[in-house]
Ligand binder design. Structure first.
Ligand code: MLT
Length: 408
């Protein structure tokens, strides 16, 4: 008899964004004339920038000729892309990251989800609440938690992020081995200073713990003094892995490309307490289970770092951040408390005691606007909604006008 992985039965029936998509589709079917504006899932709407398309085309053209055709590439990514990433995203910004510490992949979601398989089953994990559900759900699937009781999995150390602590996770009261952090944060849009991150790096060093740092939204940072990478913090190379994505930075949500930085100094420990190289383990995993990102996509990603690419991508980010400003202004005028939207594409809005799913339903039915209910990101989000700035300015403005009518 083929038996199922019982851990799956601990999960909610469907993934948060699939659940929302289904609710929205059902609503659209029942209301075919509703002109729905989607400010829910953080999916980009601007076309790939011209420089990126040019790189993409070049890659495709090369595949069309025997002399430049490529079959399997290096699983870790082509050298041209790894070098471009290391130089532009890290070395030029004073971070000590080498090209061979970068693993190119089909996106940060997969890497965030897959990385946990390198760790023992009985490690103690600290996860912020609210949180991007992938960190939590993949550990549930792997059997690192007990049951879900009152919206929380047994065995997980939850780090409550609320107004009182500026939505910043605080050090846990009990020792933990693995810590998930995300800044600028999804879903709250909050940011961490270098000092805030140093507290975590010091904790990890003192406790032989590891930080999985999700920096998918670093491109949205407007305040120069905020860190864009965990490697801006001294000592982070020994205790932190960083996930990056071209999805939000350069419009690759449908094109698929991201990367993970695993420094060679980063060590974890086997059952005898001996050091094990995380870089070697991830390399083993990556080469066994992944065959690399397609060549044209890597050419497109390389073009993100060309002078025109950098300029064009910065313009797109500025465009979305302007949308975020429009949303911030509207919710403030409506008298809601919010965070985020300044250095992030997400605005986290306090629903003044409304249940987040009720608030979601209200916006959908009264304004045909899709947001994300905060409760989907964890218990601390139960009275919040998240509004995403990814859409056209025109649609964001229309959505805000509708919100004003629906909520006045
Ligand atoms: C989100 O809306 O939280 C993100 O788009 C999800 C993702 O990046 O997978």
């Amino acid at each position: 008899m083929i038996r199922a992985n019982d851990n799956y039965s601990k999960l909610k029936a469907s993934y948060l964004f699939s659940d929302i998509a289904k609710r929205v589709n059902d609503y659209q079917k029942k209301n075919p004339d509703a002109d729905i504006i989607r400010l829910g899932i953080g999916d980009v709407t601007c076309a790939l920038a011209p420089a990126i398309i040019k790189g993409f085309h070049q890659g495709v053209e090369e595949m069309a000729l025997d002399k430049s055709f490529r079959g399997y590439g290096p699983e870790q990514g082509y050298e041209f892309l790894r070098q471009a990433i290391a130089k532009n995203d890290f070395q030029d910004k004073g971070c000590d990251v080498a090209a061979d510490e970068i693993f190119v992949s089909d996106g940060a979601k997969c890497d965030c989800g897959n990385f946990q398989e390198l760790f023992a089953g009985d490690i103690k994990i600290a996860i912020p609440d609210p949180v991007y559900p992938v960190y939590l759900d993949t550990n549930v699937m792997a059997g690192r938690t007990g049951k879900n009781v009152d919206g929380r999995y047994e065995g997980i150390v939850y780090l409550d992020c609320e107004k009182q602590n500026n939505f910043l996770p605080q050090l846990p009261k009990e020792p933990v081995d693995l810590i998930y952090l995300c800044f600028p944060n999804n879903p709250t849009g909050s940011t961490a200073t270098k000092q805030d991150l140093k507290v975590w790096v010091d904790y990890a060093r003192e406790n032989k713990a590891l930080i999985l740092f999700d920096a998918a939204y670093e491109a949205f940072i407007r305040e120069d003094e905020l860190p864009r990478s965990i490697y801006e913090i001294e000592g982070a190379r020994q205790v932190a892995v960083e996930f990056r994505s071209f999805s939000k930075t350069a419009g690759f949500t449908g094109t698929r490309c991201g990367f993970t930085v695993v420094p060679k100094d980063c060590m974890i420990y086997d059952s005898t307490g001996a050091k094990v190289s995380l870089h070697a383990m991830w390399n083993r995993r990556h080469t066994t289970k992944f065959n690399g990102v397609s060549y044209p996509v890597q050419k497109a990603a390389e073009a993100v770092y060309s002078p025109e690419g950098k300029k064009q991508v910065a313009e797109q980010i500025a465009y979305y951040l302007n949308n975020a400003d429009v949303i911030r202004k509207t919710v403030a005028d409506l008298g809601f408390d919010y965070v985020g939207g300044k250095n992030a594409p997400y605005i986290w809005i306090d629903g003044k005691g409304r249940d987040s799913w009720e608030f979601f339903d209200l916006l959908l039915t009264k304004a045909s606007v899709v947001c994300t209910p905060g409760g989907g990101f964890g218990r601390c989000g139960n009275s919040y909604i998240r509004i995403s700035a990814f859409n056209s300015l025109e649609k964001v403005e229309t959505a805000m006008e509708r919100l004003k009518k629906a909520l006045k």
